[in-house]
Design a protein around this ligand. Structure first.
Ligand SMILES: Cc1ncc(COP(=O)(O)O)c(C=O)c1O
Length: 367
C-alpha cells in the first residue's frame, strides 16, 4: 500500500506565492460585493442552529438551484470538501481510480490521501484538451472504481457535452465504477447553460460550489449531488470533520441562492468582457500556442519560447506579475492564467504579461 499523501504542493504555493500586483493566477472571480446581496444583520440571527443533517432552508435552496431532490444534496465546505467527501465515501484504500491528465492537483492529492491506486487517461492539447471517451475506454480496467473528470476542465476550460459524458457513464456502469464530475467551473458556460452530469444517471456524482464562478468564495458554500443512499453515507462521514458549517455562512448562502439572478448577471457580464480582452490579447501572441477561450475563467497556453519556470520567475521578479506554472498540472511547458479579475485590472495585467513575454522572447533569441 502506498504512503498517504499528507499535503498539496499546489495549495501551499497558491496560499503563499500567488499574490502579486498583476495577478493572473487565480481561477475564480473577484468577490461579489456583500452590499449587493439583500442581507441585513438581523438575517444572520440566531448565530447557531440546532442539529440535524444540513440547514433545511439551504438544502431546499440548493436542491432548487440544481433541479434535484433535497435528499440528493450534501452540503460541504466548498468544492474541495465536496470532492473529498465524495471520494472518501466511495473508495477503499487500494481502489483503482482513473483521473484525467492534466488535472487539478488537489484531486490527485485527495486521492493520494485516501491511498487510491491512480491511473491516468490523457486530454490532449492538440485536441484542445477535449474529453475523449475512447481514451477512458483504453485506460479502464475491471478494477476501476471511479473516474474523475473536471468540467469545465481545469486547467484548459474545455467543455465536455452530454453525448461524451453518457458514453463515459456506460463505461463506468459496465465496470461498476462511479464518475466523479467536478463542476466548479461549469456554470461559467453561461451561453449554453449546461445542466449537471448528475442528471445523466446514478453512476454520476457531481460536486460544485458558489466559490469560483459567482465570486462568493468566502461563504464556502459547496455541495455534492449523489443518489440518496450515497448522499447519506457522505453526511455520516462528514460528522468526522465538523458538526455543521458556519451558520451565518449558511444563512447568507441561502439568501444569495434565493436572489440569484443579479449574481448570475454580474458574473456573466464580467466574464464576457474579460474573455474579449483575453482573446484579443491571445490573437497578438505568436509565442503562445492556445485556442481562443470559449467559456470559463482560465486558459492554458503552451509557451513556445523557452522554460515556463524561467518565464514565471522573470514575470514575478521584474514585472510583479504571476501566472500558474504548468508544472502544477504536470505540463511544465504550459502555464495557466485566469480572467476573473476587474476588467480594468485584467487589461493592465495582460499588457504587463505581453511586455514580459516580449522581453523573454528577445532573451531567448539573443541567448
Ligand atoms: C477543479 C477544482 N475543483 C475544486 C476547487 C476548489 O474549489 P472550492 O474553492 O469551492 O473549494 C478548485 C479551485 O481552484 C478547482 O479548480
Amino acid at each position: 500500500m502506498k504512503n498517504r499523501v499528507m499535503s498539496s504542493v499546489y495549495m501551499q504555493w497558491a496560499k503563499t506565492r500567488q499574490g502579486a500586483r498583476f495577478n493572473l493566477a487565480t481561477s475564480g472571480l473577484i468577490t461579489y460585493p456583500l452590499s449587493a446581496l439583500p442581507v441585513k444583520l438581523e438575517d444572520l440571527a440566531p448565530l447557531a442552529r440546532g442539529g440535524g443533517y444540513g440547514y433545511p432552508p439551504l438544502q431546499e435552496a440548493l436542491a432548487s438551484h440544481c433541479g434535484v431532490s433535497v435528499d440528493n444534496v450534501v452540503a460541504a465546505d466548498g468544492t474541495s470538501m465536496a470532492n473529498y467527501l465524495a471520494m472518501a465515501a466511495i473508495l477503499q484504500p487500494g481502489d483503482e481510480v482513473l483521473v484525467e491528465h492534466p488535472t487539478y492537483e488537489l484531486l490527485l492529492a485527495a486521492l493520494g490521501n485516501l491511498q487510491a491506486e491512480i491511473r491516468r487517461f490523457p486530454r490532449l492539447p492538440e485536441n484542445g484538451f477535449a474529453l475523449d471517451p475512447a481514451e477512458i475506454e483504453r485506460a479502464v480496467t475491471p478494477r476501476t472504481r471511479m473516474i474523475v473528470i473536471t468540467n469545465l476542465h481545469n486547467p484548459s476550460s474545455a467543455f465536455a457535452g452530454e453525448a461524451g459524458l453518457r458514453a463515459i457513464g456506460e463505461i463506468a456502469r459496465r465496470v461498476n465504477a462511479r464518475v466523479l464530475m467536478d463542476e466548479v467551473y461549469l456554470d461559467a458556460a453561461f451561453e449554453i447553460e449546461p445542466r449537471s452530469a448528475f442528471h445523466l444517471g446514478p453512476e454520476f456524482v457531481a460536486t460544485n460550489s458558489l466559490t469560483k464562478v459567482y465570486g462568493l468564495s468566502g461563504l464556502r458554500c459547496g455541495w455534492v449531488l449523489a443518489e440518496p443512499e450515497l448522499a447519506r453515507r457522505m453526511w455520516l462521514l462528514n460528522d468526522l470533520f465538523g458538526v455543521n458549517q458556519a451558520h451565518p455562512a449558511e444563512r447568507i448562502s441561502t439568501i444569495a441562492l434565493r436572489n440569484f439572478e443579479p449574481v448570475r448577471k454580474w458574473s456573466r457580464a464580467l466574464l464576457e468582457r474579460n474573455r474579449q480582452l483575453l482573446n484579443g490579447f491571445l490573437a497578438t501572441r505568436s509565442d503562445l500556442d492556445v485556442r481562443p477561450l470559449q467559456f470559463g475563467t482560465v486558459v492554458f497556453p503552451r509557451l513556445l519560447t523557452g522554460s515556463v519556470d524561467k518565464f514565471c520567475e522573470l514575470f514575478r521578479q521584474k514585472y510583479e506579475g504571476t501566472v500558474v506554472p504548468g508544472s502544477f498540472f504536470e505540463m511544465p511547458d504550459h502555464f495557466r492564467m485566469g480572467i476573473g479579475g476587474e476588467s480594468e485590472g485584467l487589461a493592465l495585467s495582460l499588457k504587463q504579461l505581453g511586455v514580459a513575454l516580449d522581453e523573454f522572447r528577445s532573451l531567448a533569441t539573443t541567448a
